[in-house]
Design a protein around this ligand. Structure first.
Ligand code: NAP
Length: 342
């Protein structure tokens, strides 16, 4: 990581979807570094709730009710001509939808394009943009899973647009791929004033940035851990695993992504290590002896790995970011400890 010697006090950063799980950590870290932050949320009540959580004068919010409105970002950007950095994290992350294309895929693509168009037309002073993509834009699932391939930052998921319409899970994966592709296409055709860096988190775990609102309903990736926490001692642990990153590392990556010139144009794969639900259960049992979760049989890990865990090499990302990633144990421990006390 290069220290750019940025005078953070004079920099205003826009964060779309500021109330999201990852975005709240991004905002928290930005404020801790002295940046001023404007976040977008979908309603005034969500904005007020967030302001109450954050309790920092350098944070304000704008309401952008829908990403799909062509001019969604115009008014907010015109109102804040001091913004020079734009972090686009907002994207549909719910599988509880009715229409895969209209509720998941299109809002992700349109939201990305509307943000980029608006920056080009109304905020020429913005020079750095970071887009939260996903590892699912880099590697394939289902029939596209390739357990022998070592994936890196140059890879694209083979999922087609049509395959993405098959259901919410594939729809989400496709939404991330096609939203990112739309951004690359925009850069080639429009040649704007700004550079983009893409952040590709794997399954993101770890504590909430502020307080836990509802410990029974966490965001989609944390619900994977929560499903283990909710199991009883004698319940069977589902066979599931993949690659994870800690949310605090994912947030820090968003900041290095615009602070470092080395990150310009790069796709950063935020992957810390493998997880299985058995490993998660084993950590919880060992670190929280009072817990009621099943013990976790880590001897199954190798088998699960062969079936569903992607191999990867993100040494390029690690070099650009220049900080050590948190381990699964740190991530799970901090998350469960926070939930225990909530
Ligand atoms: P999250 O907590 O659900 O946050 C999603 C954010 O996007 C929220 O602010 C949400 O607003 C907003 N949003 C969703 N649909 C929207 C729409 N149609 N119009 C406007 N805003 C909308 O999820 P997260 O995990 O922090 O995800 C943040 C970003 O990271 C997303 O781009 C996601 O794809 C990406 N990502 C996440 C993971 C992970 O494991 N968590 C991994 C890879 C990539 P509301 O609160 O109003 O719904």
């Amino acid at each position: 990581m290069i220290d750019m010697g940025i005078n953070t006090a004079s920099v205003m950063v826009f964060v779309s979807g500021a109330n999201g799980y990852i975005a709240q950590h991004v905002v928290k870290q930005l404020l801790a570094k002295g940046y001023t932050v404007v976040g977008s949320v979908r309603s005034e009540s969500k904005g007020d709730e967030l302001k109450l959580l954050i309790q920092n004068e350098k944070f304000s919010y704008e309401v952008i009710p829908t990403l799909s409105d062509k001019n969604a970002f115009d008014a907010a950007l015109k109102k804040h001509p001091e913004v020079t950095v734009f972090l686009h994290t907002a994207s549909p992350v719910s599988f509880a939808i009715e229409d895969v294309e209209n509720d998941l895929v299109k809002p992700a693509i349109e939201g990305t394009l509307n943000a980029l168009r608006s920056i080009k037309e109304h905020a020429p002073q913005i020079t750095r943009v970071v887009i939260t993509s996903s590892a699912v834009a880099m590697w394939g699932f289902g029939s596209h899973f390739d357990g022998n391939k070592v994936h890196d930052e140059l890879d694209w998921s083979p999922i087609t647009y049509e395959e993405g319409l098959a259901g919410a899970s594939f729809g989400y994966k496709s939404s991330k791929k096609y939203a990112e592709l739309a951004a690359h296409d925009f850069m080639t055709k429009e040649k704007p004033n700004f550079a983009i860096t893409y952040v590709h988190p794997t399954y993101t775990f770890g504590p909430q940035a502020y307080v836990v609102k509802d410990k029974k309903n966490l965001n989609l990736s944390n619900e994977i851990v929560n499903q283990v926490i909710k199991l009883g001692k004698d319940d069977e642990i589902p066979e599931h695993g993949n690659v994870f990153a800690d949310v605090r590392d994912v947030a820090q990556a968003h900041i290095v992504a615009f602070e470092s010139d080395e990150a310009i144009g790069q796709r950063l794969l935020l992957a810390s290590g493998d997880f299985t639900l058995d490993s998660v259960a084993e950590i919880i049992n060992r670190r929280f002896p009072h817990s009621n979760v099943p013990r976790g049989d880590v001897s199954r890990n190798e088998e699960i790995k062969k079936k569903m865990i992607h191999k990867y090499d993100n040494s390029k990302t690690r070099k650009i970011l220049g900080f050590e990633f948190k381990t699964l144990e740190e991530s799970i421990y901090d998350m469960v400890e926070q939930l225990d006390n909530a």
